[in-house]
Design a protein around this ligand. Structure first.
Ligand SMILES: Cc1cc2nc3c(=O)[nH]c(=O)nc-3n(C[C@H](O)[C@H](O)[C@H](O)COP(=O)(O)O)c2cc1C
Length: 344
């Protein structure tokens, strides 16, 4: 029904507007008694064989919603009904910020891709933490993806990540440090060895000082070289990370079917969806092999089918996440992947 009825209507709208329409309608519908139960019946496929224990957390299934869809944690109760094993909220910055001017989200339907330069539009860590504290569904595993404000210089970035961590520590189950978005000027420079070790050490120091530390992960770009990936693994060991999220969107535009002039006219941003699939899998495989499988990886990038998810898991991902595939395929994709996992 999604692909034949809902998607054609949504795809008539501007991409960001469609996002809000989906949000508002899911929220409104879920308030009608019985709707959540109906959504669960339709979409939430449960099976004991899907359970995974990763970095000390018990996931009911390995298919999650990637960061950026529910940045402000306004829809976690509703998303819980769609069969996700976990939802990553954010990226959240310490202070609220509007993000980049619109238009900032574009579809490339022929490539089943998106280009976005949202720029961490979000309500700020305090508001998001308060919202998560009020949520009803306590079963759903929530990841907290944290970043820095646009106007915070890189020299002070670590303080922003520490502030985001402190604000959310009681209300999320694991953390992701995001230094890989292409849409905050200079952010990806924080992936360099020295600033990254410093940043992660500061967050980890707070984390390990807690009675119950949270698993701390790092999300990386698909555009890193092998030497940079080697550095990431060394840094992960040195700062006692629990895992990696691989990968974020790419700044690469090679190999697209969509007209090059049109793609260029959209301007800067991160490309996600099908064209990212192969490179994201390659990064996962490299990290998995180089770490001898010792570091759990959440695989993200271009998962639009059960086969795509199985490919990521076979490459060494312990869990997977999707965003663009959810837009192109609809909520049934989650159950489709989980059913394929059960039937082997
Ligand atoms: C519109 C949009 C917004 C995103 N926002 C964030 C974000 O705030 N933080 C983040 O870590 N990743 C963000 N991402 C990246 C996704 O979480 C995901 O890693 C990436 O899109 C690759 O997966 P996909 O091909 O399934 O979309 C965003 C992606 C899209 C399409």
């Amino acid at each position: 029904m999604y692909k034949s009825l809902v998607k054609p209507l949504l795809f008539q709208l501007d991409a960001e507007r469609a996002h809000h329409v989906v949000f508002d309608n899911l929220r409104r519908a879920a308030r009608v008694p019985g709707t959540k139960a109906l959504l669960r019946k339709l979409y939430d496929f449960q099976h004991p064989g899907l359970a995974r224990e990763v970095f000390g957390l018990k996931f009911p299934n390995p298919v999650g919603l990637a960061a950026g869809f529910d940045k402000n944690a306004v829809l976690t109760d509703e998303l819980a009904t769609l069969g996700f094993g976990f939802v990553e909220i954010g990226t959240v910055t310490p202070r609220p910020q509007p993000g980049n001017p619109a238009p900032r989200l574009f579809r490339l339907p022929r490539d089943e891709a998106l280009v976005n330069r949202m720029g961490f539009n979000n309500d700020g860590a305090a508001a998001v933490a308060a919202r998560l504290a009020r949520r009803r569904d306590r079963q759903l595993i929530i990841g907290g993806n944290i970043g820095k404000n646009k106007d915070t210089p890189n020299e002070h970035a670590a303080a922003d990540y520490v502030a985001g961590f402190e604000a959310l520590a009681e209300v999320v189950d694991y953390f992701v440090v995001n230094v890989s978005s292409p849409n905050t000027p200079g952010l990806r420079q924080l992936q360099e060895k020295k600033p990254l070790i410093d940043l992660l050490q500061q967050v980890q120091a707070r984390n390990l000082g807690r009675t119950v530390p949270r698993p701390l992960l790092l999300k990386i770009a698909p555009d890193l070289t092998d030497a940079q990936l080697d550095d990431i693994l060394e840094i992960a060991r040195e700062t006692q990370l629990s895992g990696l999220v691989a990968t974020n969107t790419t700044i690469e535009r090679a190999g697209l079917t969509t007209d090059g002039a049109y793609v260029a006219s959209l301007g800067a941003g991160g490309l996600s969806g099908r064209p990212l699939r192969a490179r994201a899998t390659e990064v996962i495989r490299y990290l998995h092999q180089k770490s001898d499988g010792g570091l759990p990886i959440i695989g993200s990038g271009g998962i639009h089918s059960a086969a795509d998810a199985l490919e990521k898991l076979a490459a060494g991902a312990a869990l997977v996440q999707l965003y663009t595939g959810f837009i192109y395929e609809g909520p049934a994709l989650v159950g489709r992947i989980n059913k394929a996992l059960v039937s082997g």
